[in-house]
Ligand binder design. Structure first.
Ligand code: PLP
Length: 395
């Protein structure tokens, strides 16, 4: 079985040593020494001024919106994980979608100005798959209209923009350290800002709004994280160089093997500064994607339609048509990528898809029937592949 992702697990003994130290101290949560140490080491590694470790990437977004006291409309992207939109709604604001760029999959900065109204207070954009948005263009629009900028940088660990961590940009950047992310602390996340007073405010928001013993300054929430989670982060951080390198080499191997597949890759702003967090491929035709997914699933290889659906099509928001995003969500998948994946796994995945493409000939049918046909065809091809694996190898 090849899942789309597997969490990275560090040396167990190393983790156990941290756990033993927790037993000795009997200090489990509430800004303990391991949380402090993790914050310090992350600041060093990322070379950022400030960060706060929080319980997850979603609460990070909520704390960011709350700290900036945003109201009214927030301009955002329809192409992100559902948490981006949900955090806006959860804080009582309205998401206003702006379509994405067809090559980078990030919010299209050229379309932001036309979406601004007197009620707009901020832009909340996602650096999709770790590839930074058009940060300069977004900042100059924000400056012109006095808007705040929050970046959902959940995918950005290790990614840089202009020689600095991507987390350094926007009024606040947020990230996730969820087990599925490139760097993880099982559950976890962080908020980043360069503004010391915002940092102080977010620190209070993270901890119920405490401003001292028995005194409260703001209606906060519980966004703290535990010593156990921090221990996992401290262990994993030791491997970060290896993790980034492995992802890069697997990603490049995929690209090399897929040159003949009728699909495109994301346009990366700067390959040097990219973290290879995901391997998204966008098929020219929806039918080929469904056939490939079906064929791979029958071989117990699982990709993920990520992101799908478009956030602008969620049942609880005002649905608007986003032509670029609507077209991309129908044709994009992320291929399996994790530390223990091997080049021969990648070869198998790529060979399966190329074989599906070779045999699949979509006629001029109704689109829906085509998809069904494609799925059936995927199954058929898989049968052939299985026979190939089990028996001789025809070509
Ligand atoms: C993972 C993710 C989140 C949510 O992070 P959690 O830690 O799971 O709450 C938010 N936005 C994006 C783009 C993500 O990928």
């Amino acid at each position: 079985m090849i899942p789309v992702t597997k969490p990275f697990l560090p040396n167990q003994e190393n983790f156990q040593n941290y756990i033993d130290s927790i037993w000795e101290r009997q200090w489990l949560t509430n800004n303990g020494p391991l949380v402090n140490d993790l914050e310090l080491k992350l600041k060093e590694y990322l070379n950022v001024d400030h960060l706060l470790y929080v319980s997850n990437g979603t609460i990070a977004l909520q704390i960011a919106i709350k700290a900036l006291e945003l109201e009214g409309e927030i301009i955002t992207t329809p192409f992100s994980f559902v948490a981006t939109t949900n955090s806006i709604l959860w804080q009582g604001c309205k998401p206003v979608y702006v379509d994405i760029d067809s090559e980078t999959f990030n919010i299209d900065a050229n379309k932001i100005e036309e979406a601004i109204t007197p009620r707009t207070t901020a832009i909340l954009a996602t650096h999709v798959y770790g590839n930074p948005c058009d940060i300069d263009a977004i900042q100059s629009i924000a400056d012109k209209y006095s808007l705040k900028v929050i970046y959902d940088a959940a995918h950005c660990f290790g990614a840089k923009y202009k020689n600095k961590s991507v987390f350094e940009y926007g009024d606040i950047s947020t990230t996730s350290f969820h087990a599925t992310k490139l760097f993880h602390t099982i559950e976890g996340g962080a908020v980043f800002t360069k503004d010391a007073s915002l940092l102080k405010k977010m620190a209070a928001l993270r901890n119920f709004g405490y401003s001292g013993v028995d005194s409260f300054s703001i209606a906060g929430i519980n966004g703290k994280n535990s010593e156990f989670h921090a221990a996992m982060g401290l262990c994993n951080l030791e491997y970060i160089g290896e993790i980034l390198e492995k992802r890069k080499s697997l990603s490049l191997h995929y690209m090399e093997r897929l040159t003949n597949l009728k699909c495109n890759f994301q346009k990366i702003k700067s390959e040097e500064d990219y973290n290879y967090a995901y391997v998204p491929i966008i098929f020219e035709k929806e039918e080929l994607m469904h056939a490939c997914l079906a064929a791979l699933e029958l071989s117990k290889i699982y990709c993920r339609r990520y992101f799908y659906p478009s956030l602008s099509a969620l049942p609880y928001v005002d649905n608007v048509s986003m032509p670029v995003c609507d077209s991309i969500v129908k044709r994009i998948i992320c291929l399996p990528l994790y530390h223990k994946l091997t080049n021969s796994d990648v070869d198998l995945i790529c060979r399966t898809m190329l074989r599906v493409q070779k045999y699949l000939q979509i006629g001029k049918e109704e689109p829906e029937r085509s998809v069904t046909r494609a799925k059936n065809y995927g199954a058929l091809i898989t049968g052939q592949i299985e026979r190939t694996i089990n028996g001789s190898r025809p070509n």
